[in-house]
Design a protein around this ligand. Structure first.
Ligand code: NOJ
Length: 563
């Protein structure tokens, strides 16, 4: 049997395994009972030489059992498909496991002035003309659903823009029917294509009037406003949406937004993040409890929150580094997880933060257990070194912490990501974080709601123009993202291992479906499985990583696909 695909050329990893310097020697090592696995070599290197062997191999009767993915777009070198070594299979995960991709309204929708949408706090930060369109999913959402389907993903995590539904933030100030119609069409399109929506209600883009009139999350009335917005969404979309996420990465927008003065002109208040976070937790809990009491029985969905956390490891064997590591986990994850599971902030925070708000007895009751699942957004890890001080008057030992990228022997956390220097790739961190959530917080149902790999290729024009100008190497660097494949593979292995050790993980959602407007970095940093052509109407093209996912998730359909 010979399985051949219409690709113009291949490369043979089997040749490299046989350590053949001269590809022609491959023939002398094979006979008609040999299976030749057409797996690629990591670089284009000898591809053309090896591919010329294929007809000769076929003549010898050797079985060619697997073909690589080849050209992604005409004009580029064929991509040699080198699945990472290992035995990862979709079947390693539970049958109902969600495999998805994630985006947010702010980063994809664009068209902020259309469809009756009000202004969000971010509109004033994104002044670039491209920013106004993001990746134009407002118009191209059907295309997004199509690429999800082609990638074999069964889940899409995206967010609703609060100002598209309530342009001035409050229910009282009026509902934008056009916004509701838009999300109805979007959700229907997903469902019609067999894709499960996970909807985040708030992913950074606060209606600007709520910021200006009520100081956003700095005042308690945000809790009611968020609850009424959530109520409206449950009522309008909950018949079809079975996974709700209230708030994305509260740690990030709570800290950056309310300490560092972003977005807009917020005050730099050292207690700001603690006050804002208190209201974020109450807002989440109010919406979650509402869902559970008013909608869950009839709609049958689940509600959770997406928390970002690095994995933290002690910098040395010093017990104080262990204590500092725990404290750092408390200050990032425990800040939310302790209230949600125990009804109060972690002890380390209560001891160390003067002015930390307290939950009243009725708030404790509201907050505790106000979730069905926890979303974890994981990107990187750090070592933690203690900085210990002793209060001379009281003798109280005060352990603080400092993040480090290497341990005391100089071992670095992992290789740095290409597009973002602060991401050190460390898949084991994900496994350990999932196991930490399991043991520390009573093994809740968990979804990895974000995990991904940035890069920063040099792109100076549209795909078509760059090909016409012979700038194919730059495009190949963007399209043939083997490191992103390796990254997804290794993190999926980490999830699989965590599940084996008892973690209750039910889904893995990669950031991101396509390159989009990266918060704080703009359009140069790309996280997508699919390439976005910012110079040609936001056209989407699959990268090699999208093909890898397709291959992994629907092996039969994707094999040999070259389009
Ligand atoms: C976190 C955020 O939720 C998302 O908005 C961002 O683009 C990704 N991580 C990547 O940085």
């Amino acid at each position: 049997m010979a399985l051949l695909y219409s690709a113009p050329c291949y490369s043979l990893a089997s040749a490299s395994k046989l350590k053949l310097k001269n590809p022609n020697n491959l023939l002398s090592k094979t006979n008609s009972s040999t299976n030749v696995h057409l797996r690629g070599l990591p670089s284009y290197g000898n591809g053309n030489v090896y591919c010329s062997l294929i007809p000769k191999i076929v003549k010898t009767g050797v079985k060619i059992v697997e073909a690589p993915v080849v050209s992604l777009i005409d004009g580029l070198q064929p991509a040699i498909f080198t699945p990472p070594e290992g035995d990862l299979k979709k079947e390693d995960f539970p049958p109902d496991f969600l495999f998805g991709a994630s985006t947010s309204a702010l980063q994809t929708e664009g068209r902020g002035d259309e469809g009756g949408r009000g202004k969000s706090t971010w509109d004033f930060m994104i002044q670039a003309s491209q920013g106004k369109k993001a990746v134009d999913s407002y118009n191209l959402f059907k295309e997004d659903v199509k690429i999800l389907k082609e990638t074999g993903l069964n889940t899409y995590r995206f967010s609703i823009a609060w100002p598209r539904i309530l342009p001035n933030g409050t229910l009282e100030s009026g509902v934008n029917q056009e916004g509701i119609d838009f999300y109805n069409k979007f959700i229907d399109e997903l469902i019609a294509n067999g894709i499960t929506p996970i909807i985040t209600l708030f992913h950074f883009d606060l209606p600007v009037l709520l910021q200006n009139q009520f100081y956003g999350f700095m005042r308690p009335n945000i809790v009611e406003h968020f609850k009424e917005f959530a109520d409206l969404c449950f009522e309008k979309f909950g018949d079809r949406v079975k996974y709700w996420g209230t708030i994305n990465e509260p740690y990030v927008f709570g800290s950056y937004g309310y300490k560092m003065g972003l977005p807009g002109d917020l005050k730099n208040d050292p207690l700001g993040p603690f006050i804002a976070t208190h209201h974020i937790i109450l807002a989440h809990a109010a919406a979650a409890k509402l869902y559970k009491e008013k909608y869950q029985k009839s709609q049958g969905g689940k509600i959770g929150i997406s928390l970002p956390c690095k994995w933290y490891m002690p910098h040395s064997a010093d017990p104080k580094d262990f204590a500092a590591t725990k404290m750092q986990l408390d200050f990032q994850l425990g800040w939310y997880m302790d209230p949600l599971t125990r009804g109060e902030y972690p002890e380390s925070m209560r001891k160390n933060v003067k002015g930390l708000p307290e939950f009243t007895p009725s708030e404790k009751e509201l907050v505790k257990d106000a979730f069905d699942y926890i979303g974890i957004n994981y990107y990187t890890s750090r070592y933690v070194k203690h900085t210990c001080t002793v209060d001379a008057m009281s003798g109280v030992i005060n352990i603080k912490y400092a993040e480090q990228t290497a341990d005391d022997e100089g071992n670095v956390v992992g290789p740095q990501a290409k597009g973002q220097e602060d991401i050190y790739v460390h898949p084991d961190g994900l496994k350990n974080l999932l196991l930490y959530v399991k043991t520390e917080y009573g093994n809740p149902e968990v979804y990895v709601t974000e995990n991904g790999m940035p890069d920063k290729p040099t792109i100076t024009g549209s795909v078509n123009d760059m090909i016409a100008q012979g700038k194919t190497a730059e495009l190949e660097a963007a399209f043939y993202d083997d490191y992103r494949i390796q990254h997804a593979h290794d993190h999926l292995v980490a999830v699989r291992e965590a599940i084996k050790e008892g973690a209750n993980v039910k889904g893995y959602v990669v950031w991101s479906l396509m390159d989009n407007m990266e918060v704080g970095a703009g359009y140069d940093v790309r996280f997508g499985l699919n390439y976005t052509d910012y110079y040609d109407n936001h056209k989407r093209y699959p990268k090699k990583s999208a093909k890898w996912f397709a291959n992994f998730l629907q092996a039969e359909n994707a094999k040999g696909s070259n389009n």
